[in-house]
Design a protein around this ligand. Structure first.
Ligand code: ADP
Ligand code: ZN
Length: 284
């Protein structure tokens, strides 16, 4: 049996699977203090015994296996979780279990890669556009990481000519996340992003930024596919707009696969993170 933990800033999901694809059982609960939250995780895997667990955690996290702080959550605004040794606590409690550890967005990217919208390619970029913006990058079947994990949600983008919103990123104000995350949309318009009509110019501005995000990863990574997920992408009218603007911005400079295959939405929805966790655990 394989296990997965999706460790999010607002909720935790624990799940188990026999084949790494089908969720046999899943439980979710709000993220509380590290001790309280881990007690619930421990109870879960005492009831559902597994050989290996894949953890995808909110971060930033240290995912470099050779680092002294491998498996730690680092500079998070959630103060009681700062410098918390999440992986170490799990390993101590379950000494017989093998663990894979990565970021929440990497786990979802890996799930889409193995079992979802990226099944037929070996290189992809998976974007999540939600409370924050992040991306998992897979090259030659492996999650890309260097000194740290990519943080492409914070790249700088060219402003839409009609947008004078200051931006919500606490570090950079008007980086991509600062201008195009769910909270950015909500703060720009003073309303819930869900309530903004499909035909609003808000989606024109939003897709202008997301098209730049797609262009920048096309130019730096040249993936075979770009997959977009996260709460804001529930506005499915955005995918054609992103393709259109992407084509204009790129201006034919590099070749990509046909855009209807190249820029797509996700397949696995809420299960991407846990399926990615199972798949990472399966590799151990
Ligand atoms: P998180 O990023 O916290 O894991 P989500 O990916 O669900 O969670 O993203 C939450 C964000 O997505 C919120 O800012 C919310 O406003 C936005 N969102 C959720 N549903 C929609 C929708 N149907 N249309 C536009 N924005 C949405
Ligand atoms: Zn930023």
């Amino acid at each position: 049996m394989l296990g997965a933990v999706e460790a999010g800033g607002t909720k935790f999901v624990c799940a188990v699977s026999k084949d790494g694809r089908t969720v046999e059982h899943r439980e979710q609960f709000p993220t509380r203090s590290p001790e309280e939250t881990l007690t619930t995780v421990f109870e879960y895997f005492e009831q559902h015994q597994v050989e290996a667990i894949g953890i995808g955690s909110f971060g930033p996290v240290d995912i470099k296996p050779t680092s002294a702080s491998y498996g730690y959550i680092e500079e998070t605004p959630k103060l009681d979780w700062r410098n918390f040794n999440l992986l170490g606590k799990m390993k101590n409690h379950f000494p017989g279990v093998k663990f894979a550890f990565t970021t929440d967005v990497n786990a979802a990217a890996y799930g889409e890669f193995k079992e979802g919208a990226g099944k037929e390619v070996s290189d992809l970029v998976y974007w999540t556009v939600g409370t924050g913006i992040g991306a998992g990058i897979i090259l030659n079947g492996r999650l890309m990481q260097g000194y740290g994990h990519p943080e492409v949600g914070h790249i700088l983008v060219k402003r839409h000519p009609d947008d004078d919103f200051i931006g919500v990123c606490p570090y950079h104000k008007d980086c991509l996340e600062g201008l195009a995350s769910g909270p950015a949309i909500e703060s720009r318009y003073g309303t819930s992003a869900k309530a903004i009509p499909e035909s609003s110019s808000a989606w024109d501005i939003e897709t202008y930024y997301l098209a730049q995000a797609c262009m920048n990863v096309t130019l730096t990574v040249a993936p075979e596919k770009i997959i977009l997920g996260g709460g804001v992408m529930h506005q499915s009218q955005m995918i054609p707009l992103i393709r259109e603007k992407f084509e204009q911005l790129l201006a034919g400079y590099v070749k990509t696969p046909p855009l209807e295959h190249y820029i797509t939405s996700i397949d696995l929805h809420d299960d991407a993170g846990v399926i990615g966790g199972f798949q990472l655990a399966k590799q151990l």
